[in-house]
Design a protein around this ligand. Structure first.
Ligand code: CA
Length: 501
């Protein structure tokens, strides 16, 4: 069922053989905002064919899944207000384009995860137009009970007229669906089945705490229902929820049985991962971060990320000139285990902060030729780049991009990084260096992480058996060597050794 062929070629300095991708839900996920990614037809709006054209890039980078921000018809640039859950937005292409994209992605062992936005529809959705008109005019509509109406103002409600209001927790253009209505629930199952039948591998659930605003218990129950229905359609369907809350609240949501919930506490410039680069005993701090992620997810799959379309990009959060720290943040995030998520452009150090549009600007494919780039979302007030484009970084072995690629390929080559059970080797660890063993299936690896920015450390690993240095990822241009049971590990380096006992 799980075929694994481990290439023994070192990743650093050689043309590596691609590791065979384990067909499960522990993935290196690449989040794409289609409009800003790659344009195939010259209208400067990114589209699905543009993504298909970059699948080789995505595969080469070691990503094994794509999460698409919404691709359905929608009046907004961000498309989180859907008017047809069974369609493809015209600007993005056609259903044929989508089918081709899925087929081409699967050929490359890349899974497809769609944003499922069912807390609310668009206020332009035919369901809502029918329901709103009926409520305001005391008329009948089969969709009347699909939304929540009242005749007086309530917090979180939007106005139709002085005696008609509807629930809209985000903005007026996003009326909340009545998720207690059995017909709405049947429709959600139908939507999931439609896309799963097309070969989609999973869904990212938008805004789960707003399903039943103010009631985490009800929202969790709803996710439990949705997750169960999704798995009836496709047993290995992956469900990841956006619960933008503290770890303790997320813990409750994990009782829903969904595969993953994004761990927001790890993300951004002031999050747990970024703090690992600033504290005085970073190895101990990082060890606690790892344990907290595993504890939070339990038997589910941790979902680790540094930034996404809603938050300031991590490159600015850590510091634009701090290349080594920016690299190391990704390395540390990716070594925690479970899924690692990368927002498009973060692998080349794109920046963007403040208003949402700034966080969603054009992917910089080539800094010497920007004529083919997508246009930025209207309203973006930042359009600068902190680092060169993809093309330039591909030819620089010390680039951020190549660091991301090395780390992703470590995860692909050693499946126990994402999936393994861990055993910390406290006797060999210190304030700056963390040593642990990870085991999954037939594989046991020793992971050694030097979290010091300057120092090289000699670690005698004799007590762990007869080891070989497999690969390492160095966030600074430095060498790591293993001789006579002693690992001389460079600053900001992650080393993987094999053959331990
Ligand atoms: Ca286009």
């Amino acid at each position: 069922m799980m075929a694994i062929a481990l290439s023994m070629m070192p990743l650093t300095g050689c043309k590596e053989k691609k590791a065979e991708i384990v067909d499960d839900n522990y993935r290196n996920v690449y989040e794409i905002f289609v409009a800003s990614f790659n344009d195939s037809d010259g209208d400067k709006v990114g589209d699905l064919n543009g993504v298909t054209a970059k699948l080789d890039y995505i595969q080469d980078m070691g990503y094994t899944a794509i999460w698409f921000m919404p691709i359905h018809p929608s009046p907004s640039y961000h498309k989180y207000d859907v008017t047809d859950y069974y369609g493809i937005d015209e600007a993005y292409g056609t259903m044929e384009d989508f089918d081709k994209l899925v087929a081409e992605a699967h050929k490359r062992d890349i899974n497809i995860i769609l944003d499922l936005v069912v807390n609310h529809s668009s206020s332009s959705h035919p369901w809502f137009l029918s329901a709103k008109t009926a409520y305001a005019n005391n008329k009948e509509s089969e969709y009347l009970d699909w939304y929540n109406f009242t005749d007086h103002f309530m917090q979180g409600y939007a106005k139709i007229n002085n005696t008609a209001y509807y629930e809209a927790r985000f903005v007026d253009s996003m009326p909340d669906l009545n998720l207690s209505n059995e017909e709405v629930r049947a429709e959600i199952v139908k939507i999931m089945k439609f896309w799963l039948d097309k070969g989609v591998d999973g869904f990212r659930l938008d805004a789960v705490t707003s399903y039943y605003t103010g009631n985490h218990g009800y929202s969790t129950d709803f996710i439990n229902w949705l997750n169960t229905e999704a798995k009836k359609i496709k047993e290995d369907c992956y469900i990841v929820g956006e619960c933008w809350e503290s770890d303790s609240v997320i813990k409750q949501y994990y009782t829903s049985g969904a595969d993953s919930f994004f761990q927001f506490s790890m993300s951004q410039g002031d999050g747990t991962i970024a703090k690992c680069l600033k504290v005085t005993s970073p190895a101990r701090y990082y060890k606690n971060a790892m344990e907290s992620a595993w504890k939070l997810a339990g038997t589910a799959i941790p979902a680790i990320f540094l930034d996404n379309h809603d938050v300031n990009r991590i490159t600015g959060g850590i510091g634009r000139s701090k290349t080594a720290e920016t690299k190391m943040a990704y390395g540390l995030a990716a070594m925690i285990g479970g899924c690692i998520y990368t927002y498009y452009g973060t692998e080349i150090g794109m920046v963007g902060s403040g208003k949402d549009e700034n966080k969603r600007i054009a992917m910089l494919w080539d800094s010497d030729d920007t004529s083919k780039l997508c246009k930025n979302p209207a309203g973006a007030t930042q359009s600068e780049y902190a680092y060169p484009g993809v093309k330039q970084q591909q030819s620089d072995k010390n680039s951020l991009l190549n660091y991301h690629k090395t780390v992703n390929n470590l995860r692909n080559k050693y499946p126990s990084i994402a999936r393994g059970t861990a055993e910390f080797v406290d006797s060999l660890s210190s304030d700056d260096v963390l040593v642990l063993k990870k085991t999954w299936n037939e594989e046991t690896i020793v992971m050694v992480i030097n979290l010091h920015a300057e120092n090289t450390y000699d670690i005698n690993l004799e007590s762990l058996g007869s080891l070989k240095l497999g690969d390492y990822a160095a966030a600074k241009d430095s060498k790591t060597e293993y001789k006579g049971n002693v690992l001389a590990i460079g600053p900001y380096t992650i080393a993987i050794l094999t053959g331990g006992k």
